[in-house]
Design a protein. Structure first.
Length: 466
């Protein structure tokens, strides 16, 4: 076997999805004062869905969207492209936090995923949408029991899952010597090209009449008469209502900031597999998969049969700094390359073409939370923790419900009405995250046994997800 890190020699230090000649030209910056009914701050999925759904609800609503960089530039254009129905970061997390609501949350999540698929078709968004489902795979014996427990939990809530209890059964789907068992969600996950989804939503917004301004950073927010004023680098926007969709970046509402921290996630992309290479792996159903460790990997095929291999490390920088230089982390890329070689030894001759990272927003419950401020004129959603491709559309619906003052099934959920426990201030925050990451690594090395620190976090309903 060749040195796995040699496969990184020619990898471009840019996100694969954004390295695309079909990338649209940026919209012009806002260089004058303007007014609107609804201002959306942030051009990722949260903001795009909010703007589009606002116009679908009321075509006469004047909507402006501003983005500091370019639409889809941040997490929305860098993620693995797993569009999941789950609104709760999986059944286990949902059962732990909202057992009385989980049946409704699963139903709402399934409806939300179907609505995304319907939108992709309705607007002709060419984003390589594939409703493949996904596999949770066990790579250690103790994880097999965890999959059995999750299968039982799914049955309890009437959620369909297929348990592949033997190495032979799971390897018939994806052939890796590391796989011992699997749990297949056949319908609740789609694979998508994440950047093209964002660009398609941008086009749909523009077709509906949304005024989009890129390279327009929001710098301050304040009340203004019966509405809200948001200052930008070159002007001001006076809006009746504002939806904040800044996620990993500092909120314009300072009291929201302790509820999220940005963590850096990393991924590699291979060159396209030949027919022989793909046949050696199988993968007839093209599911994405993730392993059962605390420090897990997420993996999928692209439309042109490349393998995206991401995850494992989740890196927090002191004071939550989000900087371009953090997008590259050679030591993580080397670790990922070595792990890939162990998972797929039959692909020893496969090289990586791209290596990148980016910040995601996480909170202490791993799912989006919501809030209103400025007398109900400003709505906010954040905290997706890596499962935002699908959940952002649901969050957009919630923000629009809240801004309209509507009492809906969504707004009555405890998931919506209650916020997570905030993170402590620095330097306690960095110390707590460091201890938690060390403890998670120790649990992975000790058959999943959680130490006293992790058990304490479990009792308090807190955590830090990798």
């Amino acid at each position: 076997m060749t040195d796995p890190t040699r496969r990184l020699r020619d990898a471009k230090p840019v996100p694969f999805w954004l390295d695309d000649p079909s990338r649209p030209e940026a919209a012009s910056a806002l260089v004058a004062d303007t007014r609107c009914d609804l201002l959306v701050v942030g051009g990722g999925y949260s903001g795009l869905w909010t703007a589009l759904l606002a116009k679908e609800r009321d075509s006469a609503c004047d909507v402006v969207l501003i983005e500091a960089q370019e639409v889809g530039w941040a997490a929305s254009g860098r993620n693995g492209g797993f569009c999941e129905a789950s609104l709760t970061h999986g059944l286990g997390n949902g059962h732990q936090r909202w057992p009385g609501e989980l049946t409704a949350l699963e139903r709402l999540g399934a409806r939300n995923l179907q609505a995304i698929e319907d939108t992709v078709k309705r607007y002709g968004i060419a984003c390589d949408w594939e409703r493949t489902g996904s596999l949770s795979v066990a790579t250690e014996p103790y994880q097999v029991d965890g999959l059995r427990e999750l299968a039982a939990l799914a049955a309890r809530y009437g959620v369909e899952r297929t348990l592949l209890e033997t190495p032979e059964a799971v390897r018939a789907e994806i052939d890796s010597p590391a796989f011992l068992a699997g749990l297949w969600d056949r319908d609740g996950v789609a694979m998508v090209n994440p950047a093209r989804l964002a660009w398609g939503l941008k086009r749909a917004c523009e077709e509906r009449g949304v005024r989009i301004h890129e390279h327009t950073r929001a710098t301050a927010l304040a009340p203004s008469g019966s509405g809200v004023e948001v200052r930008t680098s070159y002007g001001r926007v006076r809006a009746g209502r504002v939806a904040l969709a800044t996620n990993a970046f500092p909120s314009l509402v300072r009291r929201h900031r302790p509820y999220t921290v940005p963590v850096y996630d990393y991924a590699l992309m291979t060159e396209p597999l030949s027919g022989r290479q793909l046949a050696s792996v199988g993968w007839r159903h093209r599911q994405g998969f993730a392993d059962g460790a605390n420090r897990f990997h997420y993996v999928r095929l692209t439309a042109d049969n490349r393998i995206l291999w991401g995850g494992y490390d989740a890196v927090y920088h002191y004071r939550g700094r989000v900087r371009a230089e953090h997008d590259q982390r050679p030591e993580t890329f080397a670790t990922l390359a070595r792990h890939f070689a162990r998972a797929f030894p039959q692909l020893d001759d496969l090289s990586f073409t791209h290596a990148w990272g980016g910040a995601i927003d996480t909170c202490t419950r791993f799912t989006a939370f919501f809030d209103l401020s400025h007398g109900g004129r400003v709505a906010y959603a954040a905290g997706y923790t890596g499962l935002g491709v699908g959940a952002t559309r649901f969050a957009a619906e919630v923000m629009l419900d809240l801004l309209a003052g509507e009492r809906t099934e969504r707004t009555q959920l405890q998931l919506v009405r209650r916020k997570p426990v905030p993170f402590p201030p620095e330097p306690v925050r960095s110390a707590a995250i460091g201890i938690t990451k060390w403890s998670l690594a120790q649990a992975d090395a000790n058959d999943g046994r959680r130490n006293g620190w992790l058990r304490l976090l479990d009792r308090l309903g807190l955590g830090f997800d990798s």
